[in-house]
Design a binder for this molecule. Structure first.
Ligand code: ADE
Length: 222
């Protein structure tokens, strides 16, 4: 899979692509991540990419032309790439959206910034995604959130057993896990996990998933 991320703040992605599982996924060629500073597509003086809003009001608004040119430049070699805009008024992001996006060969993620963007930018995009009902300073963190959640689902990035048992796969949260020591400050590892009885352990884990979901996220069971 290839992910192009269009941003005015490429430095924000340095840690994301150079650490841990994402770094490894890039090294083993499970994913290509291309960070594009779309300011370089500006044709205005000082590489300006924003302007004041028509009709007045405060703040600066991102102009459409540099994004249009950046997207067209990528699409000339990849006409089927799916363009995704990060915005608080997009559809709510969920594991099921990650699962469907992992099937795409190529996505282009557009990070908005400043007070807002020219409404016509939406016409360049196939999909708009919000990562939650709160407003961030820009689309960079949301772009990392969705890229991370997609990349970990790509073949060979993390083990299949980790993916099989995790939260949200079947609308249930994950079961509790423990490691050594067996007892810490009076808190003990449940006996069943020490029993060596795999059928019993499996049943206990399923039971815990349901209990935990009922307690913490009853909305998922509806
Ligand atoms: N840009 C600013 N806030 C956002 C959010 N919650 N989701 C996606 N993009 C955003």
């Amino acid at each position: 899979m290839r992910i192009d991320i269009l941003t005015l703040f490429p430095g924000m992605f340095e840690g994301f692509i150079n650490e841990s599982i994402i770094k490894r996924a890039i090294a083993q060629k499970s994913v290509i991540i291309n960070i594009v500073d779309f300011r370089k597509y500006s044709k205005l003086s000082n590489n300006q990419v924003d302007d004041t809003p028509y009709g007045g009001g405060g703040g600066m608004v991102l102009r459409i032309e540099p994004l249009y040119d950046a997207i067209m430049d990528i699409k000339k070699d990849a006409p089927d790439a799916k363009v995704i805009l990060m915005t608080p008024d997009g559809i709510s992001y969920k594991q099921s959206v990650a699962t469907s996006l992992k099937e795409e060969k190529h996505i282009i993620i557009v990070c908005g910034h400043y007070e807002g963007f020219d409404e016509r930018i939406r016409s360049l995009c196939d999909m708009e995604i919000s990562i939650g009902d709160y407003v961030l300073t820009g689309g960079e963190l949301p772009a990392m959130v969705i890229s991370d959640s997609i990349i970990r689902l790509l073949p060979g990035v993390i083990t299949q057993t980790s993916l099989d048992s995790e939260s949200f796969n079947d609308k249930l949260l994950d079961y509790p896990t423990y490691t050594k020591p067996q007892e810490f400050m009076g808190m003990k590892v449940p006996d069943v996990l020490l029993s060596g009885d795999h059928a019993k352990i499996k049943a206990w884990r399923e039971e815990m998933r349901i209990k935990r979901t009922e307690e913490r996220r009853p909305d998922l069971l509806k």
